[in-house]
Design a protein around this ligand. Structure first.
Ligand code: PAF
Length: 296
């Protein structure tokens, strides 16, 4: 990404009216509008969403907003990586039409107390460990969608529970936007790309691929001869995670990909999910798996 430094930055605005005017002009020319919301410090995962949306023929708008509503009081809001100039160059190179970067003082000002609270799928796992997180995500994504009014909303599979929560919200609140999900992009050693990876110390970075190895170990356990079992998948994942001595495991298990709760007996597919907390950054990852025969 170093070569991007010489690119002309993408047009960038904090003004919702300017975004709406641009969207109106694009629509008048018959364009479909795709929207990629981000918190900035972009990586190849974000850029792959933009590339896929453009390949499908849409004109792409992105947002960059480090959303204070989705961070808990003890989380890394202040330490979250930010680099506007770099993001603007990467977004220009990726071919976005416009970057919407609202100011927190105007978008989520003091006294902004209304929240979009999704139930069900938002409650376990990340919902339990990060109280208020999904309400913060759902609230801000709703607000962004009200401004942009895109035809397509693009999200990354790495945040699988976020995708499920927002899919539920779009359905329940009658948003007329099509949700599109892009595959997780990984480093050569399997580590899922995340803006937070930059904060890992070298020893943490060396251990971080243990999450991907744990997912593969869970998948191998589910695909092994004999009856697939959630318990043996979880055990295999935990065993693989022992190599990450610097991390504390928040969860490592097989869940139903619609509910994010334990899969039903007899299920033939599910989602392996893992979250581990290194001192410098918390990482999550997931892997869809199908197996033969029903779950024990
Ligand atoms: O996935 C993210 O980066 C954020 O949760 C999102 C969707 C941009 C909302 O702030």
């Amino acid at each position: 990404m170093a070569g991007d430094a010489r690119r002309t930055p993408a047009p960038w605005t904090a003004d919702a009216g300017a975004v709406q005017a641009r969207v109106r002009r694009l629509r008048a020319r018959g364009a479909a509008i795709a929207f990629v919301p981000t918190m900035g410090y972009l990586h190849a995962g974000h850029l792959s969403l933009i590339a896929r949306a453009r390949k499908g023929g849409a004109r792409v708008l992105a947002s960059v907003f480090v959303n204070p509503l989705q961070f808990g009081p003890r989380e890394d809001f202040r330490a979250y990586p930010r680099d506007r100039a770099r993001d603007a160059r990467l977004l220009a190179r990726a071919g976005v039409e416009l970057v919407y970067a609202p100011r927190a003082t105007a978008f989520t000002p003091e006294g902004h107390v209304t929240r979009v609270v999704v139930g069900g799928v938002a409650e376990p796992l990340e919902g339990e460990i990060r109280p208020g997180h999904f309400a913060g995500v759902a609230t801000v994504v709703s607000k962004l969608l009200h401004v942009v009014e895109p035809d397509e909303l693009w999200l990354g599979q790495k945040d699988a529970q976020q995708v499920a929560v927002l899919a539920r919200m779009l359905h329940d609140l009658d948003f007329s936007v099509r949700l599109r999900v892009g595959a997780t992009v990984r480093e050569a050693d399997g580590l899922a790309l995340s803006s937070r990876n930059i904060r890992l110390t070298p020893p943490e970075r060396a251990q971080a691929p243990a999450l991907w190895r744990a997912l593969r170990a869970g998948r191998a356990a589910l695909l092994a001869p004999g009856r697939a079992s959630a318990r043996s998948a979880a055990r295999a994942m935990r065993d693989a995670l022992r190599a990450a001595t610097l991390a504390r495991v928040d969860y490592a298990e097989l869940v139903d990909s619609a509910t994010f709760r334990a899969p039903a007996r007899g299920a033939t597919h599910g989602l392996l999910v893992v979250a581990a907390r290194f001192p410098s950054a918390r990482l999550i990852d997931n892997l869809k798996v199908r197996w033969r025969g029903g779950l024990a």
